[in-house]
Design a protein around this ligand. Structure first.
Ligand code: ASP
Ligand code: MG
Length: 450
């Protein structure tokens, strides 16, 4: 088969008629894009989740009206609305029926069935739009391809069965020259029930289809023109990266950068399929290729920032306790299910930062009184908050002479609470005050990238 790209357009890219038209133009302009995976129009999935959680009739009616309005604003701009209106009305009607039953009793299977309608609607509208631009688009129900287990809300694909179904359903269409338009995020279990892969799951669908189709690449069209050296809202001189490795992108995401985490694209990562990230609203601005081993590998790739970190410093009450000190400290933290992030140690003390990601807490309250009491019985405890973790991400950082010197020189004007250097070859972390964070990122960016 000739060169094949699987393109995925996210919710903001298909939010309204103008955005969808821009996506249609991108698909038409690229002869390699033969399979297109769509999210629901922005906002729709959130509304559907609310309906699936069961709400009172007044709120339900308001949401149904809002969902209808979003899709109708698109229909109203289509040349031949009569070609899709009936189907969209049928789906909207279905949403209403499912929402009413969710109002009586919710269930994970019902939730997945209901929220799958967002992608069903966006793909119908987009297919019609492509037809109006003379593009041989073919709508496909992705549930006939993506087979999953029955873990509603976070279903795992059955790769073998999905492969077989892709061979049967998708390959003939592609061979006929059709442009396949299909849904991200959803699948079907063995009982024939609709499942979903977890929020944001459309990227996974695109990567999975690329894998089973042996595609050359995955194009993720979103609302940002690729990945930057750092957040452009903080550093005006931030530069777009031409390339970045899957590992470096994962480090960036882990350290707080709002970039696509490669884990959401696992099939592409494991099958070594390059992933492109670009903006559907500004395709001419270019994007970033995320690949397994881009060359060259620069020493410094990017800077990430994660705010609102907590630093706990624990010191042993007596040298007698020094043996096993760290083991005991970590046992206590583990017992309280605290995920430790960055650590530095000296002989009888340890400083560690806590990552609040994934916890509902908004500050030091993730340190329960129980935990503190238990720690205090054993060691001195000092807690500092309002800190920010700045991570420099790159390659072979531990092997480059002069990095520590360069870093310290740049950080001279700031009160640095902690530096973690040497544990990872891919990052150097430093903890500074929240209020200094923007300046530190700017200073580092200037020193390392400008
Ligand atoms: N529409 C789904 C969501 O909002 C899936 C996706 O956008 O990737 O989570
Ligand atoms: Mg999305």
């Amino acid at each position: 088969m000739s060169y094949l790209s699987v393109a995925k357009f996210g919710g903001t890219s298909v939010a309204d008629f103008e955005a969808m038209s821009a996506c249609a133009d991108i698909v038409i302009a690229d002869a390699n894009t033969r399979v297109v995976v769509l999210s629901a129009s922005a906002g729709i999935t959130n509304y559907l989740v609310e309906l699936a959680n069961g709400c009172e009739s007044e709120r339900r009616e308001a949401i149904l009206a809002a969902v209808r309005a979003i899709q109708y604003r698109i229909i109203d701009n289509i040349q031949h609305p009569e070609n899709v209106r009936e189907e969209i009305d049928r789906l909207l009607n279905q949403i209403q029926i499912l929402a009413e039953s969710a109002g009586l009793a919710t269930s994970p299977a019902l939730t997945d069935e209901l929220i799958s309608h967002g992608e069903m609607m966006s793909t119908r509208l987009f297919t019609q739009l492509l037809h109006e631009k003379q593009c041989p688009a073919e709508w496909v129900d992705v549930r006939n391809v993506v087979a999953t287990n029955s873990q509603f809300g976070k279903a795992a694909p059955d790769d073998t069965k999905t492969q077989q179904q892709a061979d049967l359903v998708l390959k003939p269409l592609i061979a006929q020259g059709k442009i396949v338009i299909t849904q991200g995020f959803i699948g079907r279990d063995e009982q024939g029930k609709t499942t979903t892969l977890g929020r944001g799951g459309s990227d996974y669908t695109a990567a999975l289809l690329a894998e089973v189709l042996n595609a050359n690449d995955v194009l993720i069209w979103t609302d940002v023109p690729g990945i930057y050296t750092t957040d452009p809202r903080i550093v005006a001189n931030a530069k777009r990266l031409e390339t970045i490795s899957f590992n470096e992108a994962a480090e960036m995401a882990t350290f707080g950068a709002k970039v696509l985490h490669p884990a959401t694209l696992l099939p592409a990562v494991r099958s070594n399929i390059p992933v492109y990230v670009g903006s559907s609203k500004a395709p001419q601005q270019g994007g970033t290729w995320v690949t397994r081993d881009p060359q060259p590998r620069p020493t410094f790739r990017a800077i990430a920032l994660r705010r609102n970190q907590i630093l706990i410093t624990l010191s042993s009450l007596s040298m007698l306790h020094a043996q096993g000190f760290l083991a005991n400290v970590f046992a206590i933290l583990a017992k309280h299910k605290i995920s430790v992030d960055v650590i530095t140690t000296s002989e009888v003390s340890v400083a560690l930062t806590l990552d609040k990601t994934g916890s509902a807490s908004s500050g030091t309250d993730m340190l329960s009184l129980d935990l503190l009491t238990e720690l205090q019985a054993y060691c001195n405890v000092q807690v500092e908050s309002d800190l920010a973790l700045v991570a420099i991400i790159g390659n072979h950082l531990h092997r480059q002479a002069g990095i520590a010197g360069q870093l310290f020189a740049t950080l001279v004007p700031y009160n640095v609470r902690l530096i973690s250097y040497g544990a990872s070859t891919n990052n150097v972390c430093t903890l500074v005050k929240n209020e200094d964070a923007n300046q530190v990122v700017n200073a580092l960016h200037q020193a390392l990238f400008e």
